[in-house]
Design a protein around this ligand. Structure first.
Ligand code: NAD
Ligand code: TYD
Length: 351
């Protein structure tokens, strides 16, 4: 099976490529990635010389580049996106371009090329804020809150329209918050881990009582492959992890696991429109495809902390100028003055 992967140099895409190529030589992968700030070929060092793997740099909004790169592939797994909620609140334009228009371009080309299956990787955030005690299933209403989740929900609906209008062989997955190796440290869990390891403050938006469900990226990759191989055309599949936890409790767990004290916790200005709670039911994945998550947050967190502890060169590589500029701009005015100040190669707390 020749798989066209978009966004394969990002966090989940790179884990997926490494996972799939490690399973069998039956798969070949073309990784098509623009290499935005979030794309990093170092994530793929372990498979870069694998003969089953090809990298092509390109933008999914560029139809000619997509058509040339996708030719000869049988299936598509579409990860490429602007994936960070906070950045899409600062500036929604890149998310609308990549997540909406880029997905449309891919669908157009995939339809023309007679692609056999198109897996659109989406998010639990499309269901929006869920009241305590409720869980979103695949038929729940889409009620996105941020430009990020609205752009993902929009692309989900465009994919659905291709299935209905053009008999296009697409499937959609909606996953909860991922964590694991190679995650860019602007996201909450790697930010908690890397700041804790360096005795820097852990920024907690608002009261920290927001709840997220945590899915280890390896469980997500297994789920995506199951849907790619056996998922029913036109269907949506929720993919969630074993543990739901409030942000503040998660931060406390990271502090305990890294041997740091709670004096590092820093409540900062909240995210506008911040969803309090995401929650999924994933029975369909188990019932239809025999998939369920296998890695508990306890196990996965310890492994992930060890990964960030041992991969300091990777971390230094991703925390370059662009990251520092973002970190400085995003956090400088959120917390107590001077607490979140970036210095070269580090984001430093003055504690
Ligand atoms: P990421 O930000 O780490 O990686 C995104 C990748 O897409 C990068 O390699 C980037 O270079 C590439 N990219 C961005 N714009 C592009 C464009 N126009 N053309 C080609 N490539 C482009 O994201 P991630 O966390 O790995 O997320 C991957 C997918 O999974 C996204 O679609 C996201 O919405 C979805 N998802 C993520 C999570 C999560 O917790 N991270 C949860 C559920 C769903
Ligand atoms: P994030 O990793 O941005 O994922 P998402 O917004 O897609 O769920 O954030 C996870 C949770 O952590 C979310 O409730 C926002 C919160 N958060 C903080 O409290 N502080 C931070 O510095 C960041 C980046 C996130």
């Amino acid at each position: 099976m020749n798989i066209f992967v978009t966004g394969g140099a990002g966090f989940i895409g790179s884990n997926f490529i490494t996972h799939v190529l490690g399973l069998s030589q039956e798969y070949s992968i073309v990784n098509f990635d623009k290499l935005t700030y979030a794309g990093n070929l170092a994530n793929l060092d372990s498979i870069a010389s694998n003969p089953q793997y090809t990298f092509i740099q390109g933008d999914i909004c560029d139809p000619a580049a997509v058509a040339a790169a996708m030719a000869g592939c049988h299936t598509v797994v579409h990860f490429a996106a602007e994936s960070h909620v906070d950045r899409t609140i600062d500036d929604p334009a890149p998310a609308i371009a990549t997540n909406v228009t880029g997905t449309f371009v891919l669908l157009q080309i995939a339809l023309k090329l007679n692609i056999k299956k198109f897996l659109h990787v989406s998010s639990d955030e499309v269901y929006g804020d869920l009241p305590l005690g409720t869980f979103a299933d695949e038929n729940s209403q889409l009620r996105p809150s941020s430009p990020y989740s609205a752009s993902k929900a929009s692309s989900d609906l465009i994919v659905r329209s291709y299935v209905r209008s053009f008999d296009f062989p697409a499937v959609i997955t909606r996953a909860s918050n991922n964590y694991g190796p190679f995650q860019f440290p602007e996201k909450f869990l790697p930010l908690l881990i890397t700041n804790a390891l360096e005795d820097k403050p852990l920024p907690i938006y608002g009261d920290g009582k927001q709840e997220r469900n945590w899915l280890h990226v390896t469980d997500h990759c297994r789920g995506i492959l199951a849907v790619l191989e056996r998922g029913r055309i036109g269907e949506v599949y929720n993919i969630g992890g074993l543990d739901a936890i409030e942000n503040l409790t998660l931060a406390r767990r990271v502090l305990r696991a890294t041997g740091k004290t709670e004096s590092l916790l820093s409540h900062v200005k909240d995210r506008p429109g911040h969803d309090r709670r995401y929650a999924l039911t994933c029975e369909k994945m188990e019932r239809e495809l025999g998939w369920k998550p296998s890695i508990s947050l306890d196990q996965g967190l310890h492994k992930t902390i060890e990964w960030y502890r041992s991969n300091t060169a990777w971390l230094a590589g991703v925390r370059g100028g662009e990251y520092l500029t973002y970190y400085q701009k995003h956090y400088a005015n959120r917390g107590p003055s001077g607490q979140f100040i970036a210095e070269s190669g580090r984001n430093s707390p003055e504690r």
